[in-house]
Design a protein around this ligand. Structure first.
Ligand SMILES: *[C@@H]1O[C@H](CO)[C@@H](O)[C@H](O)[C@H]1NC(C)=O
Ligand SMILES: *[C@@H]1O[C@H](CO)[C@@H](O)[C@H](O)[C@H]1NC(C)=O
Ligand SMILES: *[C@@H]1O[C@H](CO)[C@@H](O)[C@H](O)[C@H]1NC(C)=O
Ligand SMILES: *[C@@H]1O[C@H](CO)[C@@H](O)[C@H](O)[C@H]1NC(C)=O
Ligand SMILES: *[C@@H]1O[C@H](CO)[C@@H](O)[C@H](O)[C@H]1NC(C)=O
Ligand SMILES: *[C@@H]1O[C@H](CO)[C@@H](O)[C@H](O)[C@H]1NC(C)=O
Length: 383
């Protein structure tokens, strides 16, 4: 730590010490690094900080944008019984929109909004749009957001009471899509953490989930970027490619020990010529063995497990390599993205039989093993 500069919220020019005394503590929600510039999304503020010179002991912002909730939204928020400290604008989405602008969403006193901002001046460009299904209402709720191919992929809750969890696609030229509403097969509870990365043609998102047994398990979900939704009868305006699977980060032994809480995930990195994600896992906070663990999960096995032979137990296996799978309704394999040259060139041409199968089978039977079937690094007695 002593070698690195810190950011405590001050600007380039020094003001009198009186000025600092009234300053609020930072409440940093998001950070985004673009080359040698860092954007920091705070509560009611957005900062642009240069990472040069690297030798200074304190980083200072070049630009600060104050973006508060408007008084009307604050009064409605208070009327609905929220605390004053929650009825503010927490920056929960901070993304590069194009080479000159950022896409930013804030909770805006439980009425989320999004807008474009200049990367250079941090000034808003154009009007704001609703942040519903793009940004959480409550600053405490987990969310993820990713821009790719001009489309915005978000995972968050869509309502004040945080009942409806979605993975949502919007903006761009393709139709708006969401996950099935109020279906416990798709989402049982709110994810408590999430990351999104995109891989070749598909983005996918890990999120730890509660299973039926109220045991935390680490799951990843994936959707095809080119999904066009289903038919008018089944999965209209909903994902036809949503799939989730458990990540298996465990220590083999007589009593197999699972690390079930994902703490953090990297982007896809190459390791020994193989695309993998590295994830830090831990046990639930109340377990007696506190040990963060690093597992390596082979990326290619996340969307596609298998091939499963006839002895494969109950449900089904995934994957694009063609192999016969008994219980599938037809030649289409769940997990494959429809594409020109495939049997179905668009998800909107899937027969209802396939759509119904996808709707009722969002969870993969097999979990995703880590490389070497064991953690890479384990640290005990530390959080
Ligand atoms: C969003 O835009 C509307 C209309 O321009 C404006 O009234 C409102 O204050 C804006 N909200 C925020 C949080 O900037
Ligand atoms: C942001 O900019 C894009 C073009 O880059 C535009 O399509 C969009 O309407 C703008 N506003 C919002 C709120 O996204
Ligand atoms: C980037 O997006 C902004 C709006 O956010 C738009 O005004 C601008 O024209 C875009 N620039 C390019 C190069 O697409
Ligand atoms: C651990 O925490 C979970 C969730 O908070 C709870 O359901 C469970 O009963 C707790 N277990 C113990 C042994 O305290
Ligand atoms: C998809 O296939 C249909 C015929 O089955 C064809 O009419 C359509 O042009 C194809 N679309 C694309 C994008 O290839
Ligand atoms: C997790 O991986 C281990 C080691 O490969 C295996 O023995 C165990 O059955 C797997 N557990 C699940 C739930 O897939």
């Amino acid at each position: 730590v002593k070698h690195y500069a810190v950011f405590v919220g001050s600007g380039q020019r020094r003001f009198s010490s009186l000025d600092g005394s009234g300053a609020e503590r930072l409440n940093i929600q998001r950070m985004l690094k673009v080359n040698r510039t860092l954007y920091i999304g705070d509560r009611d503020n957005l900062y642009r900080v240069s990472l040069e010179p690297a030798t200074a002991s304190e980083m200072r912002y070049q630009r600060k944008l104050t973006w508060r909730s408007n008084p009307h939204d604050i009064s409605i928020c208070r009327m609905k019984g929220k605390h004053e400290a929650e009825c503010r604008n927490f920056v929960k989405v901070l993304l590069v929109r194009n080479e000159s602008s950022l896409f930013v969403c804030g909770t805006n006193a439980f009425n989320p909004v999004c807008a474009n901002y200049s990367m250079d001046t941090l000034e808003p460009i154009g009007d704001n749009i609703s942040g519903m299904a793009r940004c959480p209402y409550d600053p405490k709720h987990a969310n993820v957001a990713l821009f790719t191919g001009g489309m915005l992929f978000t995972a968050t809750v869509t309502d004040f009471l945080a009942i409806d969890t979605v993975i949502y696609r919007s903006l761009g030229d393709s139709p708006t899509l969401r996950t099935v509403k109020h279906d416990s097969k798709w989402f049982k509870d709110k994810p408590d953490k999430g990351w999104a990365v995109h891989w070749r043609s598909q983005p996918w998102r890990p999120s730890p989930r509660w299973s039926l047994l109220q045991v935390v398990v680490s799951r990843v979900a994936r959707v095809c970027k080119n999904d066009m939704g289903g038919s008018q009868r089944v999965l209209e305006k909903q994902w036809t490619s949503f799939l989730k699977a458990r990540l298996n980060c465990s220590v083999p032994g007589d009593s197999h020990f699972y690390f079930n809480v994902i703490q953090s995930v990297t982007d896809i990195v190459e390791l020994g010529g193989r695309p993998v994600v590295l994830a830090v896992f831990s046990t639930p906070a109340n377990r007696s063995l506190p040990s963060p663990t690093l597992c390596r999960c082979p990326q290619e096995s996340i969307p596609s497990l298998g091939p499963g032979g006839p002895s494969t137990p109950p449900a089904w296996v995934l994957g694009c390599p063609r192999s016969s799978v008994l219980l599938l309704p037809s030649a289409h394999r769940p997990g494959c993205c429809a594409a020109p040259g495939m049997r179905y060139n668009s998800s909107s041409s899937f027969p209802d039989e396939i759509l119904n199968f996808m709707k009722t089978h969002p969870l993969m039977d097999e979990s995703v093993p880590s490389l070497g079937h064991a953690p890479w690094i384990i640290r005990t007695m530390t959080r």
